[in-house]
Design a protein around this ligand. Sequence first.
Ligand SMILES: [Fe+2]
Length: 464
Amino acid sequence: MHCQWRDCKEWLDSGLPLSTTSNEAVKMYDAVVTQYVSWCDNDSVGGMEKSVETMMAADPQFVMGSALANGLDLMATGQSIYTSADFKKRVDDMVKLATTSDISQRERKHVDAVKLFADGDMLGAGNKWEDILLDHPTDMLALRFAHDSYFYRAMGPQMRDSVARVLPHWKPTTPLYGYVLGMHSFGLIETNFYDQAEKVAKKGLELNQKDAWSTHTICHVLEMEGRQMEGINFLKGTESDWASCNYLAAHNYWHWALYHTERAEYESALGILDDIISRGKASGALIDMVDACSLIYRLEMEGVKTGDRWNDMYEMCRPHTSDHILVFNDVHILLSCLGAKKKEATIKMMESMKQFVSEKVGTQNDIAKEVGIQLCAAFIAADEGDYAKAVDLVHPLRYKIVTIGGSNAQRDLFNLFLIHAALNSPKKEHHCLARSLLAERKAFKENAPMTDRLMAKALALHQS
Ligand SMILES: [Fe+2]
């Protein structure tokens, strides 16, 4: 990988001056942003963690360095100012440093956005990053932080339009240009522009075949269009390009396992699942953990025996049971408690979620109150064998679940859960609901062997 990181003068010349005189700090800022948008550690700077350390050591007063480091920790969703006193201090120090430093308006807005996000105001933070992009459309950090903040609310149109607005200002020679296409393609797929998404992602891959985010968009296109065999072959054929992108590789493997699950190739899916679990153990990254929980649950709904894998997942998720950083994470963490049969942990987690809703204010509190607690209660009901209750809890939430964030493919877990609960419920009207949901599913994706299998079950129930 190239390591010609931009120095102070180059950042100034590109219209994005950084307030520090340390070329070393600025070069590491470039290295960190590059690793963030490419989803890969760069060995020449010792990886992400090391380059953040080098950046801060080169100039501890570097305000944008501090905003970058704190923003990255927030986007990783593994800690918050409410769960870590150390992190709270770092955010407070950043704000103090910005107050006493001679920095540009753009840099000040970055600090404000990170602070808003840290305080739980995800929408306010997104608006602030957009405000930066109006004047500085090539500010990659603002673009990607905004993108991630929208992802955490499943705001597809915002993901798509935010990138579309800045695209005319990006030239193929602008550093990191290809990744902008990857981001645009993801907004397109999440708003169901399948053809356009595929076209833009392929253009991103033409520019850089190691762009794991464009690869990821193709995974989504093939998933949504029921092109499972093409998906398996695509990922197999490009594995060496994206498997080293340690921040996204497990997720792309997860997509690979979804194709196998749909095709009832459970042994292949289990093999990939074990790889994701190993990667999650090594990384401690929430994205790896939630994907593994989701996959185990999906396989179990298919009737696959998953052995003691839930115990592994519970041990990995345990430190995060009272975080409540994202409702999306909370629901998956709760699945690990249920799967590992940790009754006490389940009760404690629900109590802690309720306390979170009553004690604090913010975007995620509202979502937990309106969707999260009821959704978790539905999974608990199903775990206790009360499928009718699970249906009654989750069915009214159907079109609200989108607010918990994640992608359409990730949230499909909840569509499948409702169908399974309806099939397992003793009530005839729930069986009828399952048939209607499956008809809807088939209309959306025709080549879907899993839907066909479930429909066969539903029809057998109807005839019995
Ligand atoms: Fe995905």
